[in-house]
Write a protein that binds this ligand. Structure first.
Ligand code: MLT
Length: 328
């Protein structure tokens, strides 16, 4: 499994560097902190959560325990956080899907991403890649566009559930092309990628964490990155504009939240620990290697994240509306 030795190495280095046990001075945290990950182990959200969480544990002086709280395209984890004690000992890594697109997609969403949580900070911003199975007849984005338009009824588009980022980002692609392929939902893009590699599904929109190792091993074909510039993690992959679909432009983010009424000093400590992780050279290098960007200093702050999430909810509303998709 990808969650290999470097997490331990990063954590050990961080702890040895004496990542300033801010816990010594005050009561929080008084026990291990549980980090809820809304998707399956081994996928992008999980990998980033484990990397950052391990370093945060060093700073906080208490381990951060990962719990994959999977279901309903990641929104069950949000519900779980709402019902958790508001003392900072349970936190969550949400993303573009669970904390922005879900608002327009899911009329039964049980939480309001801005009002119902205490934002801790934005964690990372990730490029999105369009990938196809290795045996797919298309070798370029232009060829794939022709293929999917001619074969939309047979085409299978894997994703991590309606409202996940693998779903919403491919939804943007499909809407731009005017195609409605068969969606194939998984519990995360870890398992979805496994099936793409096995040739069970045709295509998947996913993050570099999953895509880069498979792309380098030649087990899938990566047709485009949906960004304005090529991704540093996979510079041989053309942009969507180079491939002839300039309107397929989208990036996704991960962000950390605590329960709504978490006391300000606990949120501040979590935020400090998050920022320490994002400033750590080993963590930074690993995130960059995974294709992720570190957010601006402003977005790493709770207030910055709060307005960012509000803006993202607005940004996704017309995209979801144009797609005509709703969670039943
Ligand atoms: C998604 O597609 O929303 C997630 O990135 C899936 C995952 O993290 O496994």
């Amino acid at each position: 499994m990808r969650i290999g030795f470097w997490f331990n190495a990063a954590a050990t280095a961080a702890c040895m560097a004496g990542a300033a046990s801010i816990a010594q001075a005050q009561n929080f945290p008084s026990k291990p902190v549980t980090m809820l990950i809304p998707f399956a182990a081994g996928g992008p959200t999980d990998v980033v959560g484990r990397l950052v969480g391990e370093h945060m544990g060093c700073t906080l002086g208490q381990p951060v325990i990962i719990e994959n709280a999977v279901g309903a395209a990641g929104t069950l984890a949000g519900q779980r956080l709402m019902g958790s004690p508001a003392d900072g000992h349970v936190i969550l890594i949400g993303h573009t899907g669970t904390h922005a697109a879900a608002v327009s997609l899911n009329p039964n969403l049980k939480y309001r991403p801005v009002e119902d949580f205490a934002p801790v900070g934005l964690v990372n911003i990730n490029p999105i890649f369009l990938t196809v199975r290795k045996t797919h007849p298309s070798g370029t984005l232009a060829e794939f566009v022709t293929w999917v338009k001619a074969n939309e009824k047979a085409a299978s588009n894997a994703h991590a559930g309606v409202g996940s980022v693998s779903h919403t980002t491919c939804l943007l692609f499909n809407t731009v092309l005017g195609v409605k392929p068969n969606g194939v939902p998984y519990r995360g893009t870890g398992p979805a990628m496994n099936d793409l590699v096995a040739g069970q599904v045709d295509y998947l929109c996913d993050q570099a964490v999953n895509v880069a190792p498979q792309h380098r091993a030649g087990t899938i074909k990566t047709l485009a990155v949906a960004s304005t510039a090529r991704a540093t993690a996979l510079p041989d992959v053309p942009t969507s504009t180079e491939g002839g679909v300039p309107d397929f432009k989208v990036e996704v983010w991960n962000a950390m939240f605590a329960p709504k009424d978490t006391p300000a000093p606990a949120v501040a400590k979590l935020n400090q620990a998050l920022k320490a992780a994002l400033a750590d050279a080993t963590v930074k290098a690993k995130l960059n290697e995974l294709g992720a960007e570190i957010p601006s200093a402003e977005l790493q702050e709770p207030a910055g994240l709060r307005s960012f999430v509000g803006a993202e909810i607005e940004r996704w509303a017309p995209i979801i509306k144009a797609s005509g998709v709703k969670v039943e």
